[in-house]
Design a protein around this ligand. Sequence first.
Ligand SMILES: [Zn+2]
Ligand SMILES: [Zn+2]
Length: 742
Amino acid sequence: MFVEVAFPISSYTQFTYRIPKKFIDQIHVGIRVKAPLGKRLVTGIVVAKSAESDYSGKHKNIKELIDLQPVMDNKLWKLVQWMSSYYFTPVGQVVKTVLPAKLSTKYTPPTTGLVVYKSFGDNYEQLQKRAPIQAKVLQFLSVQERAIPIAALKHMVSSPNAVCKTLFDKGLVDLDEVTNLPDVTGFTFSKIHKEIAFTNEQKLVLGELSKKLNSRKFSPTLLHGVTGSGKTEIYIEIVRQALEMNKSAILLLPEISLTPQIAGRFRSVFGDQVALWHSRLSHAARAWTWKQICAGQFNVTIGARSAVFAPLKNLGVIIIDEEQEYSFKQESPAPRYHAREVALMRGKLNDAVVIMSSATPSLESYYNHVKEKYSYLRLNKRYGGAPYPQVQIVDMIKEQEETGKFQQVISSKLQKIMESKFAKGEQVMLLQNRRGFAPILRCGDCGHVETCVQCKIALTYHSHERLLKCHFCGYETSNIPIACHKCTSINLKLLGVGTQKVEDVIREQYPGIKIARIDFDTARNIPALTRILEKFAAGEIHVLIGTQMIAKGLDFDNVTLVGIVNGDTGLFLPDFRSGEKVFQLIYQAAGRSGRRKPGEVIIQTYNPDNPVLIHAARLDQKTYYNIALSERQELNYPPFSWLIRLEIEGTKKELVTTHADKIRKKLSPSPKGIDILGPAKCYRERLRGKYRMHIMIKSNKTHDTNGEKLHSFLQDCLAVGLLNRLPSSVKILIDVNPVSVL
Ligand SMILES: [Zn+2]
Ligand SMILES: [Zn+2]
């Protein structure tokens, strides 16, 4: 007998091995094995088993079995195979993404060794003479009330384990072990209880969802609910119904750390049935959680994008909250998958309901609803009948002319309204989607901009840490130039506004007001974030300043003003999605205002005529989406076409250019309906020390309804050696349905 084994390497080849007799009955598709690959013994996964092999050379043997049972069931395995072909990624590499890194079915949670005193024995005096250290330990243990961790003896002896073992062999102590279950409750937020009384609108939506759930058929649904319309209550109810049918559920959240409120609500309703799954769990915790899910200990998994792989059996519903979020896309390494796409395929394989939920759906999902590919449910009313906030645009150029003050961070209008809120004891949120103090350090004489040594990107000045930081590669330096590196002028200027600058300005202007800031620098981890949010909820903070981290999912009764400090941030990036992103961010942020009391929103901008801002200010999604869709159609971009982006990168600029050209040549001639753009330099031409170029391949949906044409075109090109003879210093990344083309 032979098996095909896929390894987590960047080769599409699978390798054939002979199964030694002793393993024949134990080897199945889906179990992991160790087999020789070159000179090493490498873990791979069995993808096929057969009686014969086409390979004429000498077969090597499988050396070891890692699992006794397949680590994924048939349906999950099918999903892996689909991902492999859809995202052009070797099966072994997909498996590496799907399974927790240190998963082994033989895994046991770590233990702590304990020791407890038994007796002094017959001859303690002699022990004192011959082995004074052992005697000392025994003496210490004899006065302890209960067993203590062996490691706690470290302060007395250098090798407590060995000493305790010797004492045990002499019959003077007993040893024991306790199991430390990995902490899956790393979330310290409190359980949130709320009485739920559904509105008529919610009841209608729930009725439809129940029908879908009961039909036990794949059913992709867009749940389009305005901010504050009570979507979380709907999630809870539909998951409750799924559990009643003995089905399981997955809830995907964009960044779980940013939505402790939703996770808290779920814990309070479903208790220990809920597993939390996110990138900050340790390897051990992930492995343990995976196994517990396999064993049916958890029926609900809540997590960030990789929770879409949770090995739940009998999956009934997958909910994707804020489905338009880009964090659902894995950028690196391959497979560059989108959790929404994977959820849809998983739903199909499991006959499950897939709910894509958002206040601001992605244009793709919106278009799929228009084309009736998804069913559509709408929540129009804010919960409790709260009115929409009043939104005003402040023209910052006019503001400059009127006040004579340049580079104002907070306009006089925003100041005035803020002060009125302070007077009433209401709270304010200020969104500035840039962290740090100032995003640019520029020479006033020659215009030279201080950039990262690795990336061709301006360094951001962080005043609180006194550092220049690169927000892409993490490079930072405390060596802040006092003279221009190019012309030695000392006329250096900090330009632009980051969250730290907003904080400083407010602090200076309103000394008595309590301020907190949420961005990647202040809220790196869940406890830090939770602390700030809890203080804000308790009213101990008056103004909350933050990046997009504060724009979504948060619900505070007393917030009646949201200020968008610079509505133009990101608006002019050369990406066909930049307008959509800015619209969604502003729309979402606006939704934080006035959830219980009448609220206001101020958008400051230097481009008051920009349609993105105008429609965001009117909270008019439909008009904006229609404008955006017609733009996309004109340019043949998604959702009107399928798009695959090939990124060619390497440390040597010339090699990257030559090979980008070579790859482009091998892509022609392309079939009708498939357009190829490039190669062109990426907008972020140099990142992390690498030069980057890309080629875009677009396939219009009128010729290629489900994208198969584009896939088979690229597949064929790969098969005839599209990527052959690439030097090892040049890498090519294949990004299917990219969310960013920068
Ligand atoms: Zn200069
Ligand atoms: Zn950098």
